[in-house]
Write a protein that binds this ligand. Sequence first.
Ligand code: HH2
Length: 268
Amino acid sequence: MTRPLRIMGVLNVTPDSFSDGGEWFDYEAAVAHGRELAAQGAAILDVGGESTRPGAEPVAEAEELRRVIPVIEALEGEATLSVDTSKLAVARAALDAGATFVNDVTAFRAAPEMAGLVAERGCECCLMHMLGEPRTMQDDPRYDDVVDDVKAFLSERAAFATAEGIAAERIALDPGIGFGKTLEHNLELLRRLDEIAALGFEVVIGASRKSFLGRLTGREDPHQRVAATLATTVLALERGATVFRVHDVAETADALKVAAATLRRDGP
Ligand code: HH2
């Protein structure tokens, strides 16, 4: 089955995200940026109100609701709206406000009831692998075989989601680049992403501006990691990913158009 290629534009309504914290924290700025990302080719806008960067502290539910719900309401109709949350109440309010996609970095472990909610509403979801929790995940992560371990985790989570009534075609899996992974783990997951795609679900890749790219290129400012991100995007496309979670949508759209044409498939 060939799935359409979709760019998921990152819209962080946070003061502390690792690459754009504070840039879109203000409601007006967030909505304007969401519109801009949609115009640049984002089929999905992923609205998040809690940073999951290494070491991040959790955000209270009321505050997360305050950050994301008005932005989702304002962006209805611009693109498929996704909420990046691990909280049941935030996911529910986001779906009520017009979102149709739930992106949960805990893959329904933080709030198992989220699976029933997604099933009932018939919306899409992304289940991501993370070792541990953001506060501590980068403290010496270890695996037997990172790809086998991530695959086993994602298969189990997908089985849980389908058992809760979510249709397989509405489930996307994500290896969770940077979530409890060393540089070598991230590279191994990208190199062998086809093994995750072979599970048969849609695959999301989120390598955008992440710190392993800074380690490889020597670029400390995450805004300077666009070209590095594009390299991961093209490789991930070739290995079976169809959803690309990125901050730099216009550049990603160009790269995917050229890579897709070369691979004789439709672009984003
Ligand atoms: N990465 C981040 C957040 N959410 N969701 C999925 N499915 N995949 C990812 O790789 C992913 C994600 C972290 O990036 P960002 O949102 O830019 O930063 P922060 O968590 O600091 O807000």
